[in-house]
Ligand binder design. Structure first.
Ligand code: NAD
Ligand code: MG
Length: 385
């Protein structure tokens, strides 16, 4: 690669954060960690500080932040709270911001990275779901770069290199179908937390794992694709592909389909987002085609997986409805993980929130924050046992 890049990782102790550090560990000459942020896991963060020597770290939990500063003394500067997250995004030295934190919390620091014209390696899909129009406008206005880390979007991004937008017939996002692909609709009522956390192909954080089980993850990804690639609802299709070998596809107007494939490993799309347009040789996975038994494809069941249907609906309605859906989903997933509601209450909480909270057309940032706050306030009292 041409020069060493400074990397800021938001959410460094999570699944994407740790995989990003695995990539960086493989290429110490190419990447240098300048900042790390976490919610509260200071034990893992301390080990990361010892290995990667960032200049700044942020711990959202303020008590944990001061505990860590005492423990590490002057090894690096510890900032705290969501203001610390903004501060590091606004003022620290980095070339690439990896947004590996989960949920709505990704929005504000991402905006600061865009204003500084940085490359955003975007894992935090919720940012584009809640504020896709504003974010894409800002990327254009400031001349920043938005490179997808999500495996489906990285696949589509790679398939589109050298192609014109007018040649695209449709984007085909693949979905594993999650652990309940073959379950009956009514069986979903009795799903336990452990069953929902057992994803067949990927090891990920809890929130996205539940989103994969409800197929809300694919719904969020359809909206993410809409903003990243500027295509409408009827040009974005979902296909269930249980083996997760083809990460996504693009069909062109002449009927030809390009696919991007490998054994599933998030280090690949993460590394690509860091090195694009270059590639670095690595051997995380070896995809031996004769060893793959079969590649199969199915239509998704929109009746069973209501969250996927809801995502298509809010994408068409627009305004603040994707923000309402996202906030209600974050609250519902949290409640399900705590055993407070059933698995099938998740789409019900989203639907009740969409009915209750007012939709605002062409929202500004303030309206989006207010909509997120109102929806959380409303959704948190729904369906408690
Ligand atoms: P995770 O739960 O494993 O990790 C989340 C990280 O963010 C942790 O370091 C945590 O300390 C931090 N964090 C949590 N809440 C926070 C808050 N409110 N404010 C600041 N920091 C906070 O999550 P993950 O699976 O790594 O996913 C991260 C993001 O990447 C999500 O948006 C997810 O949808 C997306 N993504 C993940 C995968 C995957 O394979 N895990 C794939 C594609 C996209
Ligand atoms: Mg994905």
């Amino acid at each position: 690669m041409s020069s060493q890049k400074n990397i800021l990782i938001l959410g460094s102790t999570g699944s994407i954060g740790v995989n990003t550090l695995n990539v960086i560990r493989t290429f110490p000459d190419n990447f240098n960690v300048t900042g790390l942020t976490v919610n509260s896991n200071i034990d893992d963060l301390e080990k990361q500080i010892d290995e990667f020597h960032p200049e700044y770290v942020v711990v959202i939990d303020k008590n944990k932040a001061s505990k860590l500063q005492k423990r590490i003394k002057d090894k690096c500067k510890v900032l705290s709270g969501s203001e610390g997250l903004i501060d590091i995004a606004k003022n620290s030295d980095y070339d690439i911001m990896v947004t590996a934190l989960v949920g709505f919390a990704g929005l504000s620091p991402t905006i600061e990275g865009i204003k500084r014209k940085k490359r955003i390696a975007l894992a935090n899909k919720e940012t584009l779901v809640v504020a896709g129009e504003l974010i894409t406008e800002m990327i254009y206005e400031y001349g920043a770069e938005l490179i997808p880390v999500d495996s489906e979007h990285s696949a589509i991004f790679q398939c589109l290199i050298g192609e014109e937008k007018e040649y695209i017939e449709k984007l085909i996002l693949t979905a594993s179908g999650g652990p309940f692909r073959n379950w009956g609709k009514h069986d979903l009522e009795s799903v336990t937390v452990d069953q929902a956390l057992a994803h067949p192909n990927w090891k990920m954080g809890n929130k996205i794992t539940i989103d994969s089980a409800t197929m809300m993850n694919k719904g969020l990804e359809v909206i993410e694709a809409h903003w990243l690639f500027g295509l409408s609802k009827d040009k974005i299709e979902v296909v269930v592909h249980p083996q997760s070998i083809i990460h996504s596809m693009v069909e062109f107007i002449d009927g030809s389909i390009k696919a991007q494939m490998s054994l599933p490993d998030m280090k690949l799309p993460i590394q690509y987002a860091l090195t694009f347009p270059e590639r670095l040789g690595c051997s995380y996975v070896e995809t031996r085609l004769p060893k793959l038994k079969e590649l199969t494809f199915f239509e998704p069941d929109y009746e069973k997986f209501e969250c996927l249907a809801l995502a298509y609906k809010v994408m068409e309605t627009g305004g603040t409805t994707p923000c309402i859906m996202n906030a209600a989903n974050e609250i519902a997933v949290e409640k399900f993980l705590k055993g407070k509601i059933s698995f099938t209450d998740i789409p019900q909480i989203i639907k009740s929130s969409l009915d209750k909270i007012e939709n605002h057309r062409s929202p500004n940032l303030e309206t989006i924050f207010e909509c997120d706050r109102q929806t959380r306030e409303f959704a948190k009292n729904l369906f408690d046992n």
